[in-house]
Write a protein that binds this ligand. Structure first.
Ligand code: NAG
Ligand code: NAG
Ligand code: NAG
Length: 414
């Protein structure tokens, strides 16, 4: 009898001491040591990339690197983060909430070169029907897009509002690692925010040719950082395609033959989580695995975006944007057929077009997926919109603005 009481007492003491110890530990231990810093956990070492199963990536990728998801520490962290992290279209329609411009919501525009993003980006800052429109000054490229009743909190992260804060034409990998800290820095204080990623895509052959023409005219985008896992690619990983200042007047076959030409499958690469494939290190895994992983990741990230538009379906894209965010454009997007891209197309042989499609096979598949997804989303919105016909017809004519304004606006890109 006495023995068992003693034993229980001893056991109780043990438990108490353990609990006290844990409490003390969590109290003493500074945040920096005990929590995983969210912006550089990608440098932690995890099982080799190639061991990942593809099925796993598609199923589990929450828009975050899968390898980290499986880590218990990060799993916990993700649970906490999820509520104010990126919001997808599915989240939007499942729960009954709206984009809250007055609250903590931020639209992040991922701008892929030659997809119509320049003109769309301008419309975002100049043509939305807002309680407090962005403040744009003549001669200035950037506008200030503050929340209503605020003069320092931003609701839009894009080239024409914040500028290239995360690098020139930052991709998914760069943005998701940077937007939060960039906004904290701009607003001079950290805040909890919800992010709504949006982007535009374009038919891959037209986009490729459009980029080709742009490079022929002297564009390089060579100041892009391509940050991934905390560093830029080395010269060996991403050799420059040209010698000298730029690649002016490059012939098409030379443009296509440069393996490190970032124009190739640009849309897939810029939407994929590159940490999954070892960033720009081509020897991290066989090419075939790299391709499959990147495509799967790009599709998943696209699906998880609140909105994406397609250059070839402007009206549908506009309708989806407006009904998703409950924000309205003051002008309607026009379908423009003739751009430099499509002009170039007629001068290019069937054989070359076939080669371009083959070269950009990932983008071709991504675009096919995106087209189906856009139509599915459109059909869904159409079904739940009781005034669909009315709303669709009056796109860009909200609030009694003159009918039939016919500027050449839209997702046009040269
Ligand atoms: C995160 O970055 C800091 C500063 O650059 C570095 O000291 C630390 O080791 C990094 N953490 C990990 C897990 O790599
Ligand atoms: C690229 O990956 C290979 C294989 O994993 C590795 O041996 C090599 O060090 C990596 N290169 C760089 C620059 O990290
Ligand atoms: C674009 O092409 C279609 C058919 O090819 C035509 O009906 C439409 O009017 C054209 N739009 C413009 C703005 O030229």
């Amino acid at each position: 009898m006495k023995k068992s009481v003693k034993y229980r007492f001893f056991l109780g003491c043990c438990v108490l001491i353990t609990v006290l110890f844990l409490v003390l530990l969590s109290w003493l231990c500074p945040d920096k040591v005990c929590s995983v810093p969210n912006w550089n956990y990608s440098t932690l070492r995890y099982p080799s990339w190639s061991k990942l199963s593809l099925k796993h990536v598609v199923a589990d990728n929450l828009g975050r690197p899968l390898t980290f998801l499986s880590h218990p520490l990060i799993k916990e962290r993700l649970k906490a983060v999820e509520h104010h992290d990126k919001l997808s279209f599915d989240d939007l329609i499942q729960s009954d909430f709206h984009f809250d411009i007055k609250g903590s919501d931020v639209i992040v525009f991922l701008h892929i070169q030659k997809t119509g993003g320049t003109s769309f980006g301008r419309h975002l800052v100049r043509d939305l029907d807002l309680e407090q429109p962005c403040q744009c000054r003549k001669g200035r490229k950037k506008c200030r897009c503050y929340r209503p009743d605020s003069d320092d909190k931003l609701w839009l992260f894009s080239r024409y509002s914040t500028g290239w804060k995360c690098g020139l034409h930052a991709d998914w990998t760069e943005l998701t690692n940077c937007v939060e800290s960039a906004l904290d820095q701009t607003e001079k204080g950290s805040a909890k925010r919800r992010y709504f990623y949006i982007t535009l895509l374009r038919e891959p052959v037209a986009r490729f040719l459009s980029e080709f023409r742009h490079v022929q005219r002297g564009a390089t985008w060579k100041t892009s950082r391509h940050l991934c896992s905390g560093r830029s690619p080395t010269v060996e990983e991403l050799p420059q395609c040209f010698i000298g200042e730029d690649w002016r007047d490059v012939p098409l076959n030379e443009f296509m033959n440069c393996h490190s030409n970032l124009a190739i499958n640009r849309q897939t690469r810029m939407l994929a989580d590159l940490t999954l494939v070892g960033c720009y290190n081509m020897s991290a895994m066989p090419q075939r695995d790299r391709d499959m992983l990147m495509l799967a990741s790009a599709k998943e990230n696209l699906r998880r975006m609140a909105f994406f538009g397609l250059c070839e379906y402007q009206k549908m894209s506009q309708y989806l944007f407006e009904s998703t965010f409950h924000l309205h454009f003051l002008q309607s997007f026009h379908q423009l057929n003739e751009t430099h891209g499509s002009l170039a197309r007629s001068e290019i042989s069937e054989e070359d077009i076939r080669k371009i499609r083959e070269l950009n096979h990932l983008d071709v598949q991504l675009y096919e997926y995106a087209t189906n997804l856009l139509k599915t989303r459109f059909e869904f919105m159409k079904r739940v919109d009781k005034n669909f016909k009315e709303n669709y017809k009056s796109l860009g004519k909200k609030k009694g603005h003159t009918e039939g304004v016919s500027f050449s606006v839209g997702l046009k890109e040269s």
